[in-house]
Design a protein. Structure first.
Ligand SMILES: Cc1cc2nc3c(=O)[nH]c(=O)nc-3n(C[C@H](O)[C@H](O)[C@H](O)COP(=O)(O)OP(=O)(O)OC[C@H]3O[C@@H](n4cnc5c(N)ncnc54)[C@H](O)[C@@H]3O)c2cc1C
Length: 392
C-alpha cells in the first residue's frame, strides 16, 4: 500500500509487518481455506496464531496490552491476509469492534475487556446491528432493551450476525426509547456488551444461515434476555454514535482487504496468462487477455491510494468519513473487477475449486453489499460532501 513512498518513516515498520504476516499466512495454504469453505469450518488455529503474534491487537493501545499502532498498520495486516488467499472475514472484526469499547467504554470496561481481547482470551468478533425488517435504515431497528432494576431485558431479532458462534462477546444495538419519543432519528438506541455464552439458551437463540460464502453468519432471536445494566456501552440513547464511531476504521480495513483480494487476483491472472499456451503461444501475449488485467491492476492501485489516504487521516485524528467510504467503494469495485478478469483469464479452469479463484470471487463480492452497500455510500457522498438533497 505505501511501498513506493520511500520517505515515509512508517514504511520500514509496515514492510516488516507485511513480511511477518506473509510468513504466517504461508503456513495456511489455499488448500486449508478450500477445506474450510467446503466444510463450513472455522479456522481456529489460524485466528489463534494471528492473535498470538499480536496482529489482531494492532489497534489496541499498549497500556491495554496491544501494539498501539494505527489503521495504516492494521490495513497492511488485513491486505496481506487477503493477498495470501485467506479469508479475512473470519477474524477482521476482532480488530475494529473493540474500537467502540476503547472510545466509549468506562475505565472499568476498558480494563476488564481490552487486555483480554489483545491476548485472545476474549474474542470480540461479533456485532449485532442488522435486522430483517429494517435493513440499511438502522435508525428504525426494532429490537428493544427495557430497563428493569439492574438489568436490561432484550427482545427482538437480528440477521446476518457473523462469527457469533466463535465469539465470547458481541456488541448489540437495541432500542431503549420508542422512536415516537426521540428528538432525532439517531436517538433512543443503546449499545450493549453481550456475554454470548451466558446469553445462549437464556433468552438468546442462534440459527446459522446457509450462505454463498463461509462467513459464519447467523440469525439471532432474543426472548427476554437479561443483560446486566453495567454492560451498557457509552450513554443510554446514544448507541448509534457508539457504533457509528467504529465504522470508519471498519470501512478502511474492509477496503484494505479488497485491495489484498485485488492483488491476489492480479497475481494469479498475470501468472496464468504468462504460462498458459493456446494456439502455440502464451495467452498473455494477446492484448485481449493482457489489457483487461492491466486495467484491473490500475483500478486496484488507485483504490489502494484512497485506502492509504483514509487510514492516514484516521490515524491523525482527522475527519475521514468521506475518504473511508470512497476507499471502501473503490476497493470493493476494483477487487470485483480484478476477480472477474482473473476468472476470464483462467477460462474453464476458473470454475475448478482446486484453482481457488471461484472461492475468492464469491468472498470479495460481499464487500459491495456489507458492511454498507454502494448505493448508501453514494447517497452519503451526494448529501454530505456534494450538498445535494437527501434522497431517502
Ligand atoms: C455475509 C454477510 C455478513 C454480514 N455480517 C453482518 C454482521 O456481522 N453484523 C451486522 O449487523 N450485519 C451484518 N451483515 C448485514 C449487512 O450489513 C447488510 O446486509 C447491509 O448493510 C445491507 O443491508 P440489507 O441487506 O438489509 O439491504 P437493504 O437495506 O434491504 O438494501 C437492499 C438494496 O437496496 C439498496 N437500497 C436500499 N435503500 C436505498 C436507498 N434509499 N437508495 C438507494 N438504494 C437503496 C441497497 O443499496 C441494496 O443494494 C452481513 C451481511 C452479509 C451478507
Amino acid at each position: 500500500m505505501v511501498q513506493e513512498n520511500q520517505t515515509d518513516p512508517k514504511i520500514e515498520q509496515i514492510d516488516h509487518i507485511r513480511d511477518a504476516v506473509r510468513q504466517l499466512c504461508q503456513k495456511y495454504g489455499e488448500d486449508y481455506w478450500l477445506e474450510m469453505d467446503r466444510n463450513h469450518g472455522y479456522p481456529t488455529e489460524f485466528v489463534k496464531e494471528l492473535t498470538d503474534a499480536g496482529f489482531l491487537g494492532v489497534l489496541i493501545p499498549e497500556q491495554y496490552g496491544g501494539s498501539g499502532l494505527g489503521v495504516l498498520e492494521a490495513a497492511a495486516v488485513m491486505e496481506e491476509v487477503c493477498r495470501s488467499g485467506a479469508h479475512a472475514g473470519v477474524c477482521h472484526a476482532q480488530m475494529y469492534v473493540m474500537g467502540s469499547v476503547l472510545r466509549h467504554g468506562s475505565e472499568a470496561q476498558k480494563s476488564a475487556y481490552l487486555p483480554r481481547i489483545a491476548s485472545g482470551e476474549l474474542r470480540l468478533q461479533s456485532f449485532g446491528v442488522t435486522e430483517p425488517t429494517t435493513g440499511s435504515d438502522t435508525t428504525q431497528l426494532k429490537t428493544t432493551a427495557r430497563k428493569e432494576g439492574n438489568n436490561y431485558i432484550i427482545n427482538g431479532q437480528k440477521v446476518w450476525i457473523s462469527r457469533i458462534e466463535h465469539s465470547d462477546l458481541m456488541l448489540l444495538l437495541a432500542r431503549t426509547t420508542d422512536p415516537t419519543k426521540v428528538a432525532r432519528r439517531t436517538d433512543g438506541l443503546s449499545t450493549f456488551i453481550v456475554d454470548v455464552k451466558a446469553a445462549l439458551g437464556n433468552g438468546l437463540e442462534i440459527r446459522p444461515i446457509e450462505s454463498m460464502i463461509n462467513h459464519h453468519s447467523c440469525e439471532l432471536f432474543f426472548d427476554d434476555l437479561h443483560i446486566p445494566a453495567e454492560n451498557l456501552l457509552g450513554e443510554e440513547g446514544k448507541g448509534f454514535k457508539v457504533i457509528l464511531d467504529g465504522m470508519n476504521a471498519e470501512r478502511v480495513l474492509i477496503a484494505a482487504e479488497c485491495v489484498g483480494d485485488g492483488r491476489y487476483f492480479i497475481d494469479k491472472a498475470s501468472a496464468y496468462a504468462r504460462e498458459r499456451e493456446v494456439f502455440n503461444r502464451a495467452i498473455g501475449q494477446n492484448q485481449g487477455v493482457q489489457f483487461p488485467i492491466a486495467r484491473a491492476y490500475t483500478q486496484v492501485e488507485a483504490a489502494s491510494l484512497m485506502v492509504e489516504k483514509a487510514a492516514r487521516l484516521f490515524d491523525a485524528g482527522l475527519a475521514c468519513g468521506s475518504e473511508a467510504n470512497m476507499a471502501k467503494m473503490l476497493a470493493s469495485e476494483a477487487s470485483w473487477a480484478a476477480g472477474d478478469v482473473c476468472m476470464q483469464t483462467h477460462g474453464g479452469f476458473a470454475f475448478a475449486k482446486e484453482y481457488h479463484i471461484e472461492r475468492k470471487f464469491r468472498e470479495t463480492r460481499l464487500y459491495q453489499i456489507a458492511p454498507i452497500s454502494t448505493n448508501l455510500i453514494l447517497s452519503y457522498l451526494a448529501e454530505h460532501v456534494l450538498d445535494m438533497p437527501r434522497s431517502y
